[in-house]
Design a binder for this molecule. Structure first.
Ligand SMILES: [Zn+2]
Length: 460
């Protein structure tokens, strides 16, 4: 074991020694890290957001409180400008009654159940039916209306544990959540229940948005915990007459006005060019949304704090953007891009943090791999002391996706992903799941990338 490690250490030192590193920039990046780890302003604001506001579902009272809180917090930080962009967001309420029960003969088993965001409710007395398990969407066609009409379709498609990046596994499994009701209703199903989209085995159901796009019958859609999904699947193997009963009181109340919140730190050389650093202000309602995406917006706010506290002016105008309603319609991101376009704003670079508060592993850039390799080669040596090595071509963030990626370099912070979906959209998405030092490292990494792109003109 000793020789390979020693060899690796030697290669590492040689790399560091030969790399082109400007000592002022390296020093700034060290300052970002020291200040973030030492003071952890962003984490303190995240604690305040969790305690003073809590869950921030767009359109809800908590959502509105989040907007007011964010404006006040940005103003306190002493940014040059703080303003909002108005957006229309859906007002959907979960309601109090939310229960699921397996009927196994005369035995009644209570099941941890949560309505999917946007679902219609059940009749007040509940809804009961035989269950048909689906482990692949293709089975719907094979079973057809004959076997699905009047049934409750149970989508039991686990996240694939073999992906090292859990985001890929999520991307594959999440279709059952957003399209399950659409597909099952085509065959006359009366409701759908889905396996919670998480790798963790526990009793916490995970919510998330679902859609009825293009179907005439809106059927209720709920998630059950992974433990419950395994239990139900096992029971169905022995007895196909198992029934499920569901009560949900969720309701739509139309559209309401909400806001994206923006703060600016004016650039010293090209104030007319923008560097966007953002996340989304809204969250789901089961936890307090500290991971998704409280961590992301506080990472972004910490970037502005690090600049102001250290007395550094960006060359271009730094825009901290708390996008409204990523979870439930992407209205904030869409409106931002529309306005950027109609006002002819000159965006140079935009980066989002929306993958939680874990240890930063690297960055993903929404551009071709040759360009990413070039950027990685330049910035890599600066990130090496902080154990950040990943510079990949890929997505940026949902809120940035409506921006024109042919004109603007878009990127996303990529933290360690193993635990993220344990919390995601569940009661476990809570401030207690955020590790202060891991959070601080993420904020410092974000600030360092923004700084290097700006100083070295890497998005030209
Ligand atoms: Zn998110």
């Amino acid at each position: 074991m000793r020789t390979p490690l020693l060899l690796m250490a030697t290669i590492f030192c040689q790399l560091a020694a030969t790399a082109q590193v400007d000592s002022l920039h390296a020093y700034r990046i060290q300052q970002f890290h020291h200040l973030a780890l030492g003071e952890n302003y962003g984490y303190q604001q995240l604690v305040a957001l969790a305690n003073d506001v809590g869950p921030r579902l767009a359109g809800s009272e908590g959502g509105a409180k989040g907007v007011t809180w964010s404006i006040a917090t940005m103003k306190r930080l002493g940014l040059d400008t703080v303003f909002t962009q108005e957006v229309q967001v859906p007002h959907w309420e979960r309601g109090a009654q939310e229960r699921g029960v397996i009927w196994h003969g005369k035995e009644r088993i209570a099941i941890p159940t949560t309505a999917l965001g946007g679902s219609v409710g059940t009749p007040e007395k509940g809804l009961r039916g035989k269950v048909v398990e689906i482990t692949d969407f293709k089975q719907l066609d094979l079973l057809g209306e004959k076997q699905l009409k009047g049934k409750i379709v149970f989508f039991n498609i686990p996240m694939n544990p073999n992906f090292i990046n859990t985001g890929f596994a999520y991307g594959q499994a999440v279709r059952q959540r957003w399209a399950g009701a659409i597909e099952a209703s085509k065959y006359g199903a009366k409701a759908v229940i889905i396996r919670s989209v998480t790798l963790r085995q526990d009793d916490n159901p995970h919510t998330g948005s679902m859609s009825y796009a293009g179907v005439k019958d809106s059927i209720p859609a709920a998630a059950i915990s992974t433990n419950a999904a395994n239990q139900l699947s096992k029971l169905l193997k022995d007895n196909s007459n198992i029934e499920f009963e569901l009560w949900m009181a969720c309701q739509h109340h139309g559209m309401v006005t909400s806001h994206t919140v923006i703060g600016e730190l004016r650039g010293s050389v090209h104030p007319e060019q923008y560097l966007v650093v953002g996340g989304h202000l809204d969250s789901w309602d089961l936890g307090d949304g500290s991971q998704d995406d409280g961590a992301g917006i506080m990472h972004a706010l910490e970037v502005a704090h690090l600049y102001t506290k250290l007395g550094i002016r960006p060359k271009r105008t730094l825009r901290v953007v708390f996008f409204q309603n990523e979870e439930f319609g992407l209205q904030g991101g869409r409106r931002y891009a529309e306005l950027a376009d109609s006002l002819n704003e000159n965006h140079y670079f935009a980066i989002e943090s929306d993958m939680g508060s874990g240890i930063p592993r690297g960055f993903s850039f929404d551009t071709n791999s040759e360009r990413v390799a070039k950027i990685g080669k330049t910035v890599g040596p600066y990130f090496e002391p902080y154990s950040i090595y990943e510079f990949k071509s890929g997505g940026s963030g949902a809120d940035l996706s409506p921006l024109n990626k042919d004109k603007i370099l878009l990127a996303g912070l990529r933290p360690e992903s193993q635990r993220y979906f344990d919390y995601h959209h569940s009661v476990l998405d809570h401030i207690s799941s955020v590790h202060p030092r891991e959070f601080a490292l993420g904020a410092a990494a974000l600030a360092s990338m923004v700084y290097l792109i700006d100083q070295l003109d890497l998005a030209d």
